[in-house]
Design a protein around this ligand. Structure first.
Ligand code: GLA
Length: 387
């Protein structure tokens, strides 16, 4: 939908005009997966699709939430904004952000009518929830005049996810949505939150996202298990390295020296992935800066293998898409992106191979899984903003 159409939808829903239109994007992570909550590096970029939030004041001292993607309307009194709604209610994502403002002493005293629309494919692992969180944090930061910077807005989004959605996620998705920059990826140290925007200038190569249409389940289950397994590995490593702050601090050589301290076999493999992935991410960014896309692509493939074998977050759908992509000459690299367990892969594909890629990967995937995948050529775009 265009902004004009969204404004019309707002006027129709609320019988008055929208006063603001805010937008925040989804993201695709190029490399550096399941490293963020271990204090490691990530390398995501913001996409052109995301979540729109239209708002206008009302005289009723309530917040009204409507989404063009969902049927129901939710109306909340202004003195109830720190209480989560029942589990799995979509309003928990924006509400969890508003709650952070209230908890920090920025009371919401004005009522607002809100209309939300998102065009990030749902359940695709492209951070539709982070886009919704960050657009809400951005909007309330403007309207309450709280003056938080984009990093703080990302933290507000992450806390919403922890406290209102029950997912102990890292900072990557919200950070990318807040700090995205057109034609750049974000090389972020998730421990210090220092980052660089690195140009993604790929002559004759496109970033292609392939959607398994097998919904990723980023619920409190498998994802939180991975977080806990990494924590266990860290605890056990601390018996020999008491100073260790997080897994990502270790080089591969340092890890090899002390890995036997991890007695839990699963936790050991999780930690090995994290340590290797941090190294791959650093190497990949170095390669990209040097214009060596071939090395970047190889590291993407190695990342997928490690996520498949050591981290175990891929499965038939993601593995099929990645492995079929690897067979094509014009593919420089292909890997799962995001939390995993379904969702999308990200691939670097030469322009002249894109049609062959879609055709061959699409056909093989459909034969194996019975599902028709979708392909999008990513447009790397700016972060949260008012339109
Ligand atoms: C999800 C989480 C992120 C990150 C990725 C895996 O997208 O929200 O914080 O952990 O999974 O890299």
């Amino acid at each position: 939908m265009t902004t004009t159409e969204l404004k019309q939808a707002f006027a129709q829903a609320y019988s008055h005009e929208a006063e603001h239109v805010f937008f925040s994007p989804g993201r695709v992570n190029l490399i550096g997966e399941h490293t963020d909550y271990n204090g490691g590096y990530v390398f995501p970029c913001a996409l052109s699709f995301g979540t729109y939030l239209l708002m206008a004041r009302n005289a009723d001292k309530v917040l009204r939430f409507r989404s063009l993607n969902m049927p129901e309307v939710t109306e909340l009194q202004l003195d109830t904004l720190t209480t989560p709604l029942p589990k799995n209610h979509w309003v928990n994502y924006p509400l969890g952000c508003i709650a952070q403002f209230v908890k920090r002493g920025h009371a919401v005293t004005q009522g607002y009518d809100m209309l939300i629309w998102g065009n990030v494919p749902a359940g695709a692992g492209l951070s539709s929830s982070a886009a919704l969180e960050v657009v809400t944090a951005y909007a309330f930061n403007e309207l309450l005049g709280t003056g938080y910077d984009r990093t703080e807005l990302a933290k507000i989004g992450q806390l919403s996810e922890h406290e209102f959605a029950g997912v102990n996620c890292g900072i990557m998705d919200q950070f990318a949505s807040a700090w995205g920059k057109k034609d750049h990826a974000i090389f972020l140290n998730c421990d210090t939150l220092e980052f660089q925007h690195v140009p993604v200038k790929l002559d004759g190569i496109k970033v292609v996202i392939s959607n398994t249409h097998s919904p990723h389940k980023l619920d409190s289950g498998a994802y939180n298990d991975r977080v806990a397994q990494c924590h266990l590995a860290l605890e056990q490593l601390r018996t020999v390295r008491p100073d260790l702050k997080n897994l990502a601090e270790l080089t591969e050589a340092e890890f090899e020296k002390i890995e036997s301290a991890i007695t839990d076999e699963v936790a050991h493999r999780r930690a090995r992935h994290v340590v290797g992935e941090v190294q791959r991410t650093t190497d990949a960014v170095k390669a990209l800066k040097a214009g060596d896309i071939v090395t970047f692509g190889k590291l993407m493939c190695q990342s997928h293998v490690s996520l498949r074998d050591d981290y175990e977050v891929t499965g038939l759908h993601l593995d099929t898409l990645a492995q079929e992509a690897w067979k094509i000459d014009g593919v420089l690299g292909s890997r799962m992106t995001g939390g995993g367990f379904g969702g999308c892969t990200v691939s670097l594909v030469r322009d002249e191979a894109i049609e062959e890629f879609k055709e061959k990967v699409g056909r093989a995937y459909e034969q194996i899984t019975g599902i028709h995948p979708d392909f999008y050529v990513a447009q790397i775009s700016d972060g949260a903003r008012e339109l």
